[in-house]
Every structure is written in C-alpha cells, then in structure tokens.
Design a protein around this ligand. Structure first.
Ligand code: HGY
Ligand code: MN
Ligand code: MN
Length: 405
C-alpha cells in the first residue's frame, strides 16, 4: 500500500486528478520509480526498446520458461490512483513475498510495467505490449496529433527510439502464462458484492479519426441553405455515434475530442476533426457498428456538401481469456475465502494484446461506485490486498502445474 501511495503521488502538479499521461516526463518518472523498486528487490532490470520496464526473478528451472505479470503506470489526463498501478505494485509485492518467504519458483517470473497503455494523443493504445508482441507498424510512427506532430517525434521527446520500439519484439513462446491484476473500472463487482473478478474476455475496441471538410464563409451573410458547414456535419456524427451504441446493451460509443477550424465564432466551419471509438465484447455487433457509423458520417457530409475522410486507428477485436487460468484464479479466490464473480472487461488492457500469443488471465478488484478515469477512482485497501493475494497464489499454482510435464 505504501508503494501504491508513493507511485500514485508522482503526478503532473498542473493537471487535474492524478495525471501521468504517456509521452510526458511525468509518465517517465513513474516508470523510473518502478525500475528503482525492481532493482531494490534484486530483479534483473531492463528498459526495452519500447520503454517497457521489465524485471526478471530467475527461477530454479529457467528451461521451463517464464510466467509474466504486470500492468501500466501511465494514466489518462485527470485520472485516478488505481488504474494500472494496482497491477504493477501488486506484482512488486509478489516478488517481495516470494523473497521474504524464501520461495524459489521453478519458472522465471517477469514483472512488466508496460509503456503507454492508455490511448495517447495519436489515438494508439497499449504501445508497449503491442511492441513486445510485434503488433505495431512503422507507418504508425507517422500518425499525427491534433497539432500535426508525429508519433515518432513524440517518442523521441521522451527518449524512446522509434526504430528500437519497432524491433523490441520479445520471443513470447517461452512465456507460459500472463496474469494481470487490475481494478474493474465499472460498477458490477460492488453491486454483486464480489471481491474478486475472474475476467472472461476483454471488450473489442474500434478507434477512429474523422476529418470533415466544408467551406469557410461569413457567419452573418451566408444563408443557411448555402453553407457547407463541416462543424455541423461533425456534430451530427457525434450524435450518430451515441445513437448507434445505444442500440445494444453492451455497445459503447464515445467521441473524446472534436476540433473546429478556423476557431472563429463568426466563420462557418471549414474543417472539423473528431476522434472517437466503439466498443463491445460482441465481435459481430462491433463490425456492424463500424459499418453503420461509416454510413452515418457520409450521410451527414452529403447533406451539407461536406467531404468526410475516416482513418481507423490500431484497434482490437474482443480478446478471450484462457479458461484453465481463469479456473486457477477462481480456485485461489475460493481457497482464500473471497467472494468472486465472472465478468467481461469493458476496459481495454495490455492483457488483450498479450492474449494474442500467450495464455492470459485477468483478476479484477472492485471500483467504488464503478468510477474510473477520474479523481474519484477508489478501491479499498482490503480489496487491493485480496487481489494481490489471489495474484500471488495464482502465480504459485501456475509455477507448480505448468510445463512440469
Ligand atoms: O481505455 C481503456 O479502456 C483503458 O483504461 N485503457
Ligand atoms: Mn488500465
Ligand atoms: Mn485506463
């Protein structure tokens, strides 16, 4: 808990909430703190080409491969004190408990603080885990933010070399399992009174940037029926996103940023940009939502002689967690006398990327009032400790059951 307090306090003093936004020195400070804690725990520590901080606790039989655990320490702007860092500090505590109890695992244990999990200002999330598993492309480095800076340039600003990131791929075939502890970030566990969440799957995410191009005109002299107003086309699309997502219980549709130019109240908007996303655990619905959104955006444009250009950002299909590992997690919760429930994650996680190549499990602990990505984010100490114990015992069970045949 003292680690959690120390790490959560490393924030941008001028930003709201508890902010350690990726691609800033504040995020770097958080990852440097983790590296120091790993070194102090005697882990072999390195920062890979993608900015991931990786600590290795050698096992007695490294030929069996490794068990990986960890999460992220970057936050959204105005974030809270638990998203991501619960999984990182819990992983450090597992190493401390193994050391203090003189327990030597058979497998190596890899503790990973993934770089830049939150969607950054270029709209790309899970940068570190994508790089580790080879799911990031050279063309992604050329993506521009709303001020036309490139992602590659932003990486260099925080001393991550884009070419090193693109070659940071790790041989994941030696990783027997990945387990991530994380807060639920939703209301279900608290409502059901469950202390441990066994995650069944992680929602799919389709993120996009849409550019609307109309014609600048005088706001006072241009009649309404002679305008090509890119701003109204974007505004209609924002509402269409809400309407499409509201048609499905597990559908989510969000517009997080809209820009108009020129930024003048007396000029009909020439160009509007919006960044948004759809999410669902249901693959088919997500594909259909994308198609409906494309139709709606083009329709809003056609109605105003505004052109619409859609750019789909790196997105993820729903990720299914490993059944056998999920059963191990449930058994540890039962053994520790903890109430549990099974649920899908409405939030995306590095675990969704790692799950592409490694059997993966996620352990959730409750979020008070289901709030997250805001300063009100809160998980009580009892639940953080319970989640950490389930993580440690799951690692011990994997170590004693996997790869020994
Ligand atoms: O956006 C998310 O779902 C996660 O918190 N990065
Ligand atoms: Mn997170
Ligand atoms: Mn988050």
């Amino acid at each position: 808990m003292s680690d959690l307090t120390a790490l959560s306090g490393l924030v941008d003093p001028d930003a709201p909430g508890w902010s350690r936004v990726a691609l800033t020195d504040f995020d770097n400070a958080g990852r440097e703190w983790v590296r120091q804690q790993m070194a102090a725990l005697g882990l072999e520590t390195r920062i890979d080409g993608a900015g991931n901080v990786i600590g290795r606790l050698p096992g007695a039989r490294p030929e069996l491969g490794s068990i990986m655990t960890g999460s992220h320490t970057d936050t959204v702007e105005g974030g809270g004190r638990y998203d991501g860092i619960v999984g990182v500090t819990a992983a450090l505590e597992c190493v401390r408990s193994l050391r203090d109890s003189g327990t030597r695992l058979n497998h190596d244990l890899l503790v990973v603080n993934f770089f830049s999990e939150e969607p950054n200002r270029f709209g790309i999330s899970c940068i570190g885990s994508r790089a580790l598993t080879g799911h990031i492309k050279a063309s992604d480095m050329d993506r521009l933010d709303s001020e036309s800076h490139s992602f590659g340039h932003a990486l260099q600003q925080v001393r991550v070399d884009p070419s090193a990131l693109l070659t940071a791929r790790m041989d994941m075939s030696k990783v027997r399992a990945f387990v991530e502890l994380h807060i639920e970030q939703g209301p279900h566990m608290e409502e059901q009174g469950s202390q441990i969440g066994v995650v069944s799957s992680i929602t799919g995410v389709k993120r996009f940037q849409a550019a609307f191009r109309g014609r600048p005109d005088h706001a006072g002299t241009t009649p309404m029926d002679r305008r090509q107003d890119a701003g109204c086309a974007a505004a209609g699309t924002v509402l269409a996103i809400e309407q499409i997502a509201s048609s499905h219980a597990d559908g989510r549709g969000t517009t997080g940023l809209v820009t108009f130019s020129p930024e003048a109240v007396n000029v009909v908007t020439e160009v509007a940009n919006l960044w948004g996303e759809f999410r669902s655990p249901d693959h088919a619905w997500l594909d259909d939502a994308v198609r409906r959104f494309e139709d709606a955006a083009q329709q809003e444009g056609r109605a105003r002689s505004v052109t619409v250009e859609l750019d789909w950002l790196p997105s993820e299909s729903p990720a299914v967690m490993d059944d056998a590992l999920g059963t191990l997690v449930a058994q540890q919760a039962d053994r520790l006398g903890l109430t549990r429930s099974r649920l899908y994650s409405g939030a995306e996680h590095d675990a969704a990327i790692i799950a592409k190549t490694v059997p993966t499990a996620m352990i959730f602990v409750p979020s008070h009032d289901g709030r997250s990505h805001c300063p009100e984010e809160f998980t009580n100490e009892r639940d953080v400790v319970a989640g950490t114990n389930v993580l440690l015992n799951t690692i011990l069970q994997i170590d004693s059951q996997y790869g020994l045949d």
